[in-house]
Write a protein that binds this ligand. Structure first.
Ligand SMILES: *Cc1c(COP(=O)(O)O)cnc(C)c1O
Length: 349
């Protein structure tokens, strides 16, 4: 068991296109709201009523269907602690994880004492529904699905999620990580009432630019959410996160502007790939997975020397030769694409 989550060293000053963060920063209204926190508010334990209501409203859900978490990471940890705790008889409960996957699932499942059953991706990284169904056993307690997936940017077809939710054992849940749903075209939130064994995770780290503030939410049937709430620390979000979150959710204009920048940036990356003859996966997220080939690590390195950080994903299952490029503010994408073209055209000569 590794019990570890990869902590990347801070690359220093430069253009951060390696962690799918919001490259513009949060809405200015977030900081205004934080500055308005009073001395008394800082001194008293926080009240979550208005933040829960604002979050539920933003997601089109009832208050009882949401639990705020200290980033979505905490949601993943809570789910793992509740459903994957090793049983008294020593039997290890299982989590199904579809590769390539966000590494928190394994880190949290391991720590809880569970066992991860990895499912390799289908051809061209398509969601391997049959293999997922085949991986389910009577020991399965969580099926971790990610839509849109990281690092592929591919959404899971809704019918496939339905199929997994119907196939998991009675005591199991599907944890559907929708960290990037703001940038895509679909969400499972409107299906939650029909599928009471699905818990959806969302984060405000990406589209809303609150990665350092730490604010996420898990959403699902009220009884599951109540169970998760009892397992969570009572004050996961601090008062500044609460103030910032409410302000961020209220600034629709900023959110619309940023997601539009991301759309334009993705199109620019696709066009650059077409010019360079590189394979890429059309993405529903705020990043694009691009197959550069054998020289991918060298290209990542060369971009780093120019102060542009992208992520080497060559070691991920199904991602040989691949890098992941965050698509944020158009001006940032322009800088990255120009540098990438310069490096690759030069190498081609
Ligand atoms: C970034 C990310 C998260 C974590 O979000 P936080 O709110 O920053 O903890 C969860 N899942 C996936 C797939 C992510 O990429």
């Amino acid at each position: 068991m590794s019990h570890t989550y990869e902590r990347l060293p801070d690359p220093g000053a430069g253009l951060r296109l390696h962690l799918n963060e919001n490259t513009a920063g949060c809405s200015p209204r977030v900081l205004e709201a934080m500055r308005a926190v009073t001395r008394e508010q800082a001194a008293f334990y926080p009240d979550y009523t208005s933040a829960i209501a604002a979050t539920a409203r933003a997601l089109g859900l009832a208050d009882e269907q949401v639990l705020l978490t200290n980033g979505l990471d905490e949601g993943i940890q809570l789910v793992s602690n509740l459903w994957l705790q090793r049983a008294d008889d020593g039997v290890q409960l299982e989590a199904v994880v579809v590769e390539p996957a966000f590494d928190m699932y394994k880190a949290c499942a391991d720590t809880a004492g569970g066992r991860v059953v990895f499912v390799p991706p289908g051809d061209d990284l398509v969601f391997p529904l049959d293999r997922v169904l085949a991986a389910l056993t009577d020991r399965t307690r969580v099926a971790f699905l990610t839509s849109p997936n990281n690092p592929t940017g591919l959404a899971i077809p809704r019918e496939a999620i339905h199929a997994v939710a119907r196939a998991v054992p009675d005591r199991a849940i599907v944890f559907l990580d929708e960290a990037y749903a703001d940038f895509g075209r679909t969400t499972f939130l409107d299906d939650l009432r029909r599928f009471p064994n699905v818990v959806v995770g969302r984060t405000f780290a990406k589209a809303h630019g609150l990665a350092a503030v730490r604010a996420g939410v898990v959403a699902g049937a009220p009884d599951l959410i109540a169970r998760l709430g009892r397992a969570a620390p009572p004050y996961s979000l601090n008062v500044f996160a609460i103030a910032g979150l409410v302000a961020a959710l209220d600034d629709h204009e900023y959110h619309a502007w940023y997601t539009h920048e991301v759309e334009t940036s993705k199109a620019m990356i696709y066009e650059a790939c077409a010019r360079l003859g590189l394979h890429y996966w059309p993405s529903d997220a705020n990043f694009v997975l691009v197959r550069i080939g054998a020289d991918a690590p060298g290209v990542v390195d060369e971009l780093r020397q120019r102060g542009i950080f992208i992520r080497d994903r060559t070691a991920e299952p199904g991602c040989a030769g691949c890098v992941r490029i965050t698509a944020g503010v158009v001006e940032h994408t322009t800088r990255c694409v120009d540098a990438l073209e310069e490096i690759l055209w030069r190498d081609a000569r």
